[in-house]
Design a protein around this ligand. Structure first.
Ligand code: SAM
Ligand code: SF4
Length: 330
């Protein structure tokens, strides 16, 4: 389906839970998190129904996210059930990797082939600081298991934070010399209260690219050569096995080509990550709406997808977003 700004919408990110086994400083507050109640969260049948209808409106790719998608019970069976939707060409996941070592094989057998793993530091102590809880070795074992199982490509997401992990940018980039990973730097987004704590921490991807260029020539990989990149600008260091992705949500906003929708764990359809407008799907579904009524609600939300997000290129709000990433589904 095409929206009012002539963008073809074919990608849906689904948050299957707002819960998480970590507490990353830019994503969740340390304490006082109010989680959704069990009955507020869409059950798998409801999510499946929405995805099925969304494919009839042109959605071809689904990414499962959260919160941490692997903490939701029955996730593998759900992936398996999505594999039966024939119009769906791609099912992937973004995970913090903590439970990946035990889930990689079953996810692969359920039909998933692509995975993104978030990892903001290669230093065990710093990793624990930023996640408040996480163990680096557990994630590294998860990444290795995913590689052995056959997931490809494996993408590693790093939120670059000034004064915290900017001294590790080159270490991350060097990983691409020996590993076929796509190392992706994501600009810090000022979301919710946790995002605001990080106000002076913003680091632009231009400065990251300049830094990485000290390692060697960075060649731009043309769009279309790699169909799974989404908004990332892809580069490769000469002689490397992997790639570097730059996702510059703030400094080079890609709203004019945005093809995404998001479904929150409590059944709100969000047509833009960085604005707070949502369309309730759970209410109508639980009041017994028909498939054609649900289709009409989703179609109207798509048509009205905003032209661009509400954050200026210097990282300040044009209009503040209230929800944190863990509540929206990153
Ligand atoms: N728990 C999973 C994970 O961490 O991969 C999936 C959900 S998480 C919200 C999805 C992605 O959003 C992660 O790569 C995370 O680093 C990113 N993220 C969360 N808060 C962010 C923020 N304020 N700015 C930029 N990226 C953020
Ligand atoms: Fe959890 Fe992912 Fe948010 Fe970290 S970024 S707190 S792992 S949802």
């Amino acid at each position: 389906m095409v929206d009012k700004h002539n963008r073809s919408i074919n990608y849906l990110r689904v948050s299957v839970t707002d819960r998480c086994n970590l507490r990353c400083i830019y994503c969740m507050p340390a304490e006082g998190i109010s989680c959704l109640r069990h009955e507020e969260i869409l059950n798998y049948e409801e999510i499946h129904r929405i995805i099925h209808i969304a494919t009839q409106l042109g959605i071809r790719k689904v990414r499962l996210t959260g919160g941490e998608p692997l903490v939701r019970k029955g996730i593998t069976g759900f992936v398996q059930s999505l594999s039966t939707i024939s119009a769906l060409e791609d099912i992937s996941m973004t995970t913090n990797g903590i439970l990946l070592e035990s889930f990689a094989e079953e996810l692969f057998h359920a039909g998933m082939r692509r995975i993104n793993i978030s990892l903001d530091s290669l230093d065990a102590e710093k990793y624990r600081q930023i996640t408040r809880l996480g163990d680096l070795q557990t994630v590294l074992r998860g990444i290795e298991k995913a590689r052995q199982t056959g997931f490809s490509p494996i993408k590693i997401n790093i939120v670059a934070i000034k004064g915290f992990n900017d001294d590790e940018i080159l270490d991350f980039a060097r990983l691409t010399f020996d590993h076929p990973f796509q190392i992706r730097f994501i600009e810090l987004m000022p979301l919710g209260d946790a995002g605001l704590e990080s106000d002076n921490r913003f680091l632009s991807n231009d400065s990251i690219r300049d830094k990485i260029e000290t390692l060697g020539k960075l060649e731009h990989v043309k769009r279309g050569q790699n169909g799974t990149d989404g908004p990332a600008d892809i580069y490769a260091l000469a002689g490397s096995k992997g790639q570097i992705g730059l996702i510059s949500t703030i400094t080079h906003n890609f709203c004019s080509s945005c093809n995404r929708l998001r479904l929150t764990a409590d059944g709100q359809l969000r047509t833009c990550l960085l604005t707070d407008e949502e369309t309730d799907l759970r209410g109508p579904m639980r009041s017994g709406c028909t498939d054609s009524e649900l289709t009409a609600i989703i179609a109207e939300a798509i048509a009205n997808k905003p032209a661009r997000h509400k954050i200026a290129a210097n990282g300040t709000y044009i209009k503040k977003c209230v929800k944190e990433m863990s509540a929206i589904g990153g």
